[in-house]
Design a binder for this molecule. Structure first.
Ligand code: IDP
Ligand code: MG
Length: 150
């Protein structure tokens, strides 16, 4: 099923100039980037986005990290995009993330794991609505789709 996922290169990924390399991986895979926004996330937005983690020991540090400097928010579309992108980013703890995944290849620490991606179609819907207005999401067809999907 064609899905949309919310993906965000976190402040460390942006500041370490990894945006291009990370975007390339999604493009090379055959996924379609349909919205991007470089933005410094407010405390309110960060707390809503990560609401499920409120009260956990790392929550305050997570909010400080995510709001510290700009992040690149994106919407990415493709067949089974949610699960495919979760596989591409790797485990939450970069030391447990497989080599070849984004966290496995570019990160060292759970508290600096450079990227976020929605964990279910429901989270994707919620997160896309939180970060993007409908008018900011582009609808376009890519000409090589016939070589990506049967
Ligand atoms: P996910 O990003 O792989 O979905 P979650 O468990 O949803 O992982 O946690 C959200 C984010 O909170 C992580 O990506 C990471 O930035 C941060 N985080 C989670 N657990 C810890 C921890 O034990 N220490 C520090 N930061 C953590
Ligand atoms: Mg999560």
């Amino acid at each position: 099923m064609i899905q949309k996922s919310f993906v965000m290169i976190k402040p460390d990924g942006v500041s370490r100039r990894l945006m291009g390399k990370i975007l390339s991986r999604f493009e090379q895979k055959g996924l379609q980037v349909i919205a991007v926004k470089l933005m410094q996330i407010s405390e309110d937005l960060a707390k809503t986005h990560y609401g499920e983690h409120e009260g956990k020991p790392f929550f305050e540090d997570l909010i400080t990290y995510i709001t510290s400097s700009p992040s690149l928010a994106m919407v990415i579309k493709g067949e089974d995009a949610v699960l495919t992108i979760r596989k591409m980013i790797g485990a939450t703890n970069p030391s447990e993330a497989d080599v070849g995944t984004i966290r496995g290849d570019f990160a060292m620490d759970t508290g600096r794991n450079i990227i976020h991606a929605s964990d279910s179609p429901e989270s994707a819907k919620r997160e896309i609505n939180l970060f993007f207005d409908e008018s900011e999401i582009c609808d376009y067809s890519i000409v090589d789709n016939i070589w990506i999907y049967e």
